[in-house]
Design a protein around this ligand. Structure first.
Ligand code: HEM
Length: 505
């Protein structure tokens, strides 16, 4: 019996000693910890504190270690955070064999437990968004504008002629409008107007978000996802709508639009099918690829437009200069890419919205694929997640004048040397402006996001007066883990404009 006890104690002691040596020699130990202690066991407490107050902990780290590296605790790992031009540039320049973007994103969002492995073994749907889809954006704009007008009319219902204001809960309405307008160019008519399909597209997005901010330990996902996988369930729901269309297209059949006319398939689904069909990919995998892009598009764009609309409702004095600009651009060029490009104040409002609010506290997540040393001498062991402190950098007045204030037209006012104006566009990334990431992995959907968001905002601004109810003060944002969200149930008051309105209506 004594021998047995001694054996247990010996194993325990050996286990503790191995753990202590590994902890002591771990290169991550040399990186300063923010948010609590890095001692074994105590880092758990720090991780729990982080879950409740990520923003304060991140800002504390950035304040103490600007343009340097520090680490934050999560329940199952350390997250290494960098900031400053040089280190952001280093993340941009390192290849995926050293600091991998796909591996970083998949690990953060727990994709490997939720999705078909083949979707991420070959992410050709990302290349499709970056290439063929983006090249066709100018040709797609008439469809986008057509869908914007129909969707806004269906979702923001006000009475014309009287002086009444209608209160609208902005986030769900914007999710529906974004899902519908995106679906117009993702899957085309008539599916983009099928409310049940749009429900699935939005549910998929919300369920991926719920899963990845759930704070579950990485290893627990493996087990939980086997029995309860909301993403798989949502994909199956989407397959019911998409299978007949996919099979018809693969047979070479012609789809009919709402008026029964044959319709040319020039949408994202077709571009994905053109790659998937020769590979004999199953319908389920094709649908997951489409849903992945839906996820990337809907959550980000609906958050951004909700922030922008609540800002406009809080500062209705911004509406008149925006209307003048939008009306002038449309009068000159119609609803064309040239007109959208001329809407510089609108562009500035969107850029300022992403700078000030953004969609997350961190950006550019990368996974170290091997042991490496950053330019500031920080040693990063293989498997570590490295991210950029986006939120504190975007709010740093050393990098941008009065960065703590929301100033909608700040970028439109800036006079840049000839030919350099494009550097301040909504879609132009830089080491100091990273809401879309930066470098070759920067969001490939940002040009579509820009067209879509501008078309919706321009149409809303021309068609409605808007303001906030109550005390007229916008509710503060909500920070959930590393995500930034507009306050839930935020409402904006809309009133149809008696004079003016959208000239293209
Ligand atoms: C305001 C709207 C949007 C924001 C703020 C946003 C932001 C981002 C960010 C931060 C990344 C990761 C970049 C990195 O790790 O370096 C990303 C990736 C991505 N986004 Fe967006 N996005 C938006 C809209 C869209 C739209 C509309 C689409 C689709 C049409 C889209 C498709 C994608 C895809 C496919 C990726 C993965 C890129 C890759 O793996 O290389 N996004 N986005």
């Amino acid at each position: 019996m004594d021998d047995y006890k001694q054996l247990i104690f010996a194993c325990l002691a050996a286990g503790i000693a191995t753990y202590a040596v590994r902890w002591y020699t771990d290169p991550l130990r040399a990186i300063p910890t923010v948010g609590g202690s890095s001692l074994p066991g105590l880092s758990w407490l720090a991780a729990l504190r982080m879950l409740r107050n990520c923003r304060a902990v991140l800002e504390e780290g950035y304040g103490k270690y600007p343009e340097q590296t520090f680490k934050l605790p999560a329940l199952d790992r350390w997250m290494v955070v960098v900031s400053g031009r040089e280190l952001v540039e280093e993340l941009r320049k390192r290849g995926d064999d050293e600091l991998s973007q796909p591996e970083g994103a998949q690990e953060t969002l727990q994709f490997k437990y939720l999705f078909e492995p083949s979707v991420f073994r070959d992410e050709y749907h990302v290349d499709v968004v970056k290439g063929r889809f983006t090249r066709r954006l100018p040709a797609m704009l008439p469809d986008v504008v057509d869908e914007v007008k129909a969707a806004v009319k269906d979702h923001i219902v006000t009475r014309l002629g009287d002086d009444e204001w209608t209160s609208v809960e902005v986030m769900p309405v914007m999710q529906n409008i974004i899902a519908r307008v995106s679906s117009r160019v993702f899957v085309g008519l008539p599916l983009c107007r099928n409310e049940e399909y749009l429900r699935v597209a939005v549910d998929f997005t919300v369920d991926v978000m719920k899963t990845c901010v759930g704070g579950i330990h990485r290893r627990a996902y493996r087990i939980v996802a086997r029995f309860y996988n909301m993403v798989k369930r949502d994909t199956e729901r989407a397959v019911a709508f998409l299978r007949p269309i996919i099979e018809e297209r693969q047979r070479g059949g012609v789809e009919l639009d709402e008026d029964g006319k044959p319709h040319r398939q020039n949408d994202l689904l077709q571009f994905i099918l053109d790659k998937a069909t020769p590979k004999h990919e199953p319908v389920f995998t094709i649908v997951q690829r489409l849903m992945t892009v839906n996820f990337a598009a809907i959550h980000t764009s609906s958050n951004t437009i909700t922030h922008a609309l609540t800002r406009l409702a809080e500062q209705p004095e911004l509406l008149t200069p925006l209307r003048d600009e939008i009306e002038g651009s449309i009068a000159a060029d119609g609803w064309t890419p040239a007109a959208l490009a001329n809407m510089q104040k609108l562009d500035s409002l969107l850029r300022e919205t992403l700078r000030f609010h953004g969609i997350g506290l961190l950006s550019m997540v990368r996974k170290a694929m091997k042991d490496l040393t950053l330019r500031d001498g920080t040693r990063i062991p293989r498997g570590t997640l490295v991210e950029v402190a986006a939120y504190p950098m975007h709010h740093d007045s050393a990098l941008l004048e009065r960065a703590d204030a929301f100033d909608a037209f700040r970028y439109a006012r800036k006079h840049m040397p000839a030919g350099e104006g494009a550097r301040l566009l909504f879609t132009a990334t830089s080491p100091e402006y990273v809401p879309f990431g930066h470098g070759r992995h920067a969001c490939p959907g940002r040009y579509f996001a820009s067209s879509q968001l501008k078309a919706i905002l321009a149409h809303v601004i021309l068609s409605y007066d808007i303001k906030l109810g109550g005390d007229g003060v916008r509710a503060t944002d909500v920070f959930v883990a590393m995500g930034v969200l507009p306050a839930p149930q935020s409402r904006v008051l809309f009133r149809a404009r008696k004079r003016g309105g959208d000239p293209g209506q």
